[in-house]
Design a protein around this ligand. Structure first.
Ligand code: ZN
Ligand code: ZN
Ligand code: FE
Length: 744
């Protein structure tokens, strides 16, 4: 406490969170100057430390404003003050950083800010039309960092020597570019290899252009050109999977999609994800962009290069990952040339290297909240903060499809960008490299490695080898427990809860293929209390590529295999296979139930990408159809065959696919609610966590939520990480941590 007679007080504040590398120190300096206060600010291992001295009222104003007016990229999660004896000295300084570099969190990449955008468009500005304009509030971060500490020499900007004008900005605490590591200008920074106007003309002429972006190469074509989009599909060997569209601004996006308040916020957020939006009827975009979908994935420009390109083209473009079919996106220049030359008519590239491949993120607005389907550029590597700290650092290796990895220390879980399908050789290399890279950036050496129970996942073998090589503990986490734990961690809840984990496939503790699971789970353990009644999975994994096989399996269960409404070659062979029990393990997968129904109603009998049948079945749902199908709960099982029998009857009666799809969704949702009620009656638990890739289906998600909430359940949905396997590493990390806490 200061002496009441003294005219001065001195306070020491410690500010925690994402407060370094985001312009926090200059902000403090400016505020101190504004209020004419003395003291200093420094980065330390604990966060930003401020000592501030002056008259009590002005020190109080400072304390109020320092968090309130924090720079846009700062995330303050703690602010603590402590009285000190005044020193009576004048002046304020920014002191050099002290302590370990681990305190500095490498930030995600940030979309171009309004100030930089103004400069970009200002003919009198020295950065007018410059494709690499950035500042402390925006620009590349994660994609250019090679190692820590986050300083210019440790980025891919190291080889660009700042000119005098840029250096003056970089060194001036009152400048927007103070300590902005990637700062540059046309005189000293990276350069494009082709003028934007020339590239824009090529796009307008219908060419496919490979464009080097922030986290990799994209392929760009004119969104309104059916032939151009079709050509891109053919060359990329991507039959149906939707392409993303980039529009110049909100107004341009609103001409092709319906945008509500939440979607608008997401589109304009610094992460600039692809946002899935309802397509406007008659929107001037090629139908080949998203066949079989009522939606479009739209994003706004997030680098100056994109802003310039979109302005020059003057209408929306398709901007899809630069790869062939399922390969990872190309990001090294030589590799991009090799792989994309057969696809692209020309290239727009530049000389700033990309350190790490990072795909665009994909988000949806559901009931006024973000629902992340792919958490990558703009979000990674920001940590997810969880409720309880891990006693030792944990590496979680994730699953196999939509692979991500996580490294955890304390209450922070660093979930990686999207890596891809590990069955792809290059993606597996990327997986290994990402583990090393994130470990290095955040100085985390795992003492525990968590992994899926599936013995054949490459992520599992990696974990077991690492465990052996380094003599660290390996913790196996059942796939669906991983999903539910992920949802708990995502919501800061410890459980126990009723977990509903619906997906395509996951290795069960009994060796069968799970995917329609009701678990009573907390972070440590789970008990399987209910499941979708198992049916044969003809051909094992191959069934996922051919939904009609599941139709054959389900029709055989209800004794109707001989009277199929759909004609497929090899139908009889598959039925025979199921009956003989050859290559037909049992599965409780809800994803496969969707497959059966999609095939029976004629929506899709073979797929070109994972989950396509279910996605297209959801897409045709008649929004106003209120009818439903009964679904029995028999003991611990939910009888999927009931729904299939009802579907079959309606197909035979000539009921339209959209109506059948709606009734199927309603019936399944009601079945889930009945099962949850039974579990509540038996356990007293009234909180339900919804996870697994099937809950990317918003019709089902909203309907299940509605039924449960009407019945006074609390419903937990994912918020920060995907419900699909891209979120599973978070669950594995918190399960391993919880078990370590228990045994520690
Ligand atoms: Zn900026
Ligand atoms: Zn310069
Ligand atoms: Fe899964």
């Amino acid at each position: 406490m200061a002496d009441p007679d003294s005219p001065l007080v001195r306070q020491r504040y410690t500010v925690g969170g994402i407060v370094q590398g985001v312009g926090f120190r200059p902000h403090v300096h400016q505020l101190a100057a504004e209020l004419d206060l003395a003291g200093y600010v420094a980065n330390t291992a604990e966060g930003v430390v401020i000592e501030i001295e002056g008259p009590p009222d002005r020190v109080a104003s400072f304390a109020a404003a320092v968090v309130d007016r924090a720079p846009p990229l700062a995330v303050v999660d703690s602010f603590a003050g402590q009285g000190m004896a005044p020193l009576g000295r004048a002046g304020f300084e920014i002191r050099p950083s002290v302590g370990g570099p681990a305190a500095t969190l490498v930030s995600p990449d940030v979309a171009t800010c309004a100030d930089c955008l103004d400069e970009l468009g200002d003919p009198t500005d020295r950065r007018h039309g410059y494709a690499f304009t950035n500042c402390t509030n925006c620009g590349p971060r994660y994609t250019i960092v090679t190692t820590i500490p986050y300083d210019r020499p440790n980025t891919t900007m190291a080889s660009f020597l700042m000119c005098d004008a840029c250096r003056a900005e970089y060194e001036d605490p009152f400048d927007r570019r103070y300590h902005a590591q990637p700062v540059c200008c046309p005189a000293c920074g990276p350069q494009l290899d082709t003028p934007i106007e020339k590239v824009a003309a090529a796009v307008l002429a219908g060419e496919v252009v490979a464009v080097k972006g922030l986290g990799g190469y994209h392929l760009a074509v004119l969104a309104s050109s059916e032939p151009a989009v079709t050509r891109l599909r053919a060359r990329k060997h991507r039959e149906d999977k939707p392409f993303a569209v980039m529009a110049a601004d909100l107004a341009a996006a609103a001409r092709i999609c319906v945008i509500d308040a939440m979607a608008q916020e997401l589109l304009r957020s610094p992460a600039r994800p692809i946002v899935l939006l309802p397509r406007r009827p008659g929107a001037p975009v090629a139908s080949a962009i998203a066949p079989g979908s009522r939606e479009l994935g739209v994003m706004l420009p997030y680098t100056p290069l994109h802003h310039l390109l979109l302005a020059a083209v003057g209408e929306p473009i398709v901007l899809t990952s630069g790869n062939r079919s399922d390969e990872p996106i190309a990001y090294r220049d030589d590799d991009a040339r090799t792989r994309l030359t057969p696809i692209a008519d020309r290239f727009l590239t530049h000389d700033r290297p990309i350190r790490i491949r990072v795909d665009d993120s994909v988000v949806r607005a559901v009931d006024g909240a973000p629902y992340v389907l792919r958490r990558s550029r703009g979000y990674a590597p920001a940590p997810i903060t969880v409720g309880s700290p891990t006693p030792v650092p944990v590496l979680a290796c994730g699953a196999e499809l939509k692979s991500t990895i996580a490294l955890a220390r304390g209450r922070q879980v660093f979930v990686s960008h999207h890596i891809g399908d590990l069955k792809n050789y290059e993606a597996y290399g990327s997986f290994c490299e990402t583990i090393e890279h994130i470990g290095r950036l955040f100085e985390i050496t795992p003492a525990i490695v968590a992994h899926d129970m599936h013995p054949d996942y490459l992520s599992t073998s990696y974990a077991l080898e690492l465990s052996e090589d380094r003599g660290i503990e390996a913790v196996a986490v059942q796939h669906h427990h991983g999903h539910i734990a992920s949802c708990l961690a995502d919501n800061g809840v410890a459980g126990p809860v009723i977990g509903v984990a619906f997906d395509g496939t996951g290795y069960g503790t009994d060796g069968t293929v799970w995917g329609g699971e009701f678990l009573v789970a907390d972070l440590t353990d789970f008990e399987r209390v209910g499941w979708l009644a198992p049916v044969p999975l003809p051909g094992g994994d191959a069934a996922a590529d051919e939904p009609w096989r599941m139709a054959a399996s389900y029709l055989d269960v209800i004794g109707e295999a001989g009277a199929s409404p759909i004609t497929v070659p090899h139908w009889d062979d598959v039925v025979a296979m199921v009956r003989a029990g050859v290559s037909s393990p049992l599965t409780s997968s809800v994803g496969r139930l969707f497959d059966a129904v999609a095939a029976l109603v004629g929506v899709r009998s073979t797929v070109n990408y994972e989950g396509q049948a279910a996605i297209e079945l959801e897409a045709v749902v008649a929004p106003d159809e209120a009818g439903t199908y009964p679904m029995a709960v028999a003991g611990s099982t939910l009888v999927g065959a009931d729904l299939v029998a009802a579907v079959l009857a309606d197909v035979r009666a000539g009921v339209a696919a959209p109506v059948i799809a709606a009734r199927f969704h309603h019936g399944l949702a009601a079945g889930v609610a009945v099962m949850c009620r039974r579990v509540r009656d038996a356990t007293g638990l009234a909180c339900v966590a919804l996870s697994g890739g099937v809950f990317a289906n918003v019709v089902l998600l909203r309907e299940v939520t509605g039924l449960l909430e009407a019945d006074e359940f609390t419903v937990l949905r994912h918020r920060q990480v995907p419900c699909n396997d891209g979120g599973i590493c978070l669950g594995q990390a918190v399960v391993a941590a919880a078990r370590a806490r228990r045994s520690g």
